[in-house]
Ligand binder design. Structure first.
Ligand code: ZN
Length: 197
């Protein structure tokens, strides 16, 4: 069988892995060094990389285990939507305002590991101490919905947004998500009462 010239494939992507270079090969087995999407560099058997038997440093399997059904996954996905998806209704108040996510947290596994011991059911991710800062392990904390609303309602709504809410044909729940305030606040605004609690 013709021996593949691995050098020509340097930089090629195999699932989560990018081939860096061939290392310590012998007649029977060839080995390569590859960098995983998560940053880990490891040596793999070339055949396993090529065939797809090795698809990541191990983090892909773990990602599956920690599951897309996990609430942290939903929280992570919603955070990314707010910051990077201009089609997301809340983007206006995040991405468009320059709120972004620390590079490390663009990987769900890293986000998960940083938060799994801090997160408890029902808690919300709050940017703190810098309310205008970006999402990172240093600038976030987990708070109850009530605390979160107390902290943010005042600065999230102003007279312009209150008017938008009054003129909108969206329902209370949708508006509460779009403006990041609770439904009670939306109802108060719609009744032409104050837009702060
Ligand atoms: Zn990895």
């Amino acid at each position: 069988m013709k021996k593949i010239n691995i050098e020509e494939l340097y930089g090629k992507k195999y699932n989560y892995l990018i081939l860096i270079k061939e290392v310590k090969s012998n007649d029977r087995r060839r080995y390569v060094e590859a960098k995983c999407k998560c940053g880990v560099i490891k040596v793999f058997e070339w055949d396993n990389l090529r065939s797809g038997k090795s698809q990541s440093c191990g983090c892909k399997k773990k990602e599956k285990m920690i599951g897309r059904e996990h609430t942290l996954y939903r929280i992570w996905r919603d955070m990314k939507q707010r910051c990077y998806n201009s089609k997301c209704p809340a983007y206006k108040y995040y991405g468009e305002k320059g709120v972004f996510i620390d590079d490390r947290w663009l990987y769900y596994e890293v986000f998960y590991n940083d938060n799994v011991n801090k997160y408890k059911k029902g808690l919300e991710l709050d940017r703190f101490p810098d309310r205008k800062g970006f999402y990172s392990v240093e600038n976030t904390r987990w708070v109850t919905h009530k605390e979160n609303m107390r902290n943010t309602n005042r600065c999230r709504l102003d007279i312009d947004k209150a008017n938008e809410i009054r003129n909108s044909d969206k329902n209370t729940k949708e508006l509460s998500i779009i403006y990041g305030v609770n439904m009670e606040t939306i109802r108060n605004v719609k009744r032409n009462e104050s837009w702060t609690i």
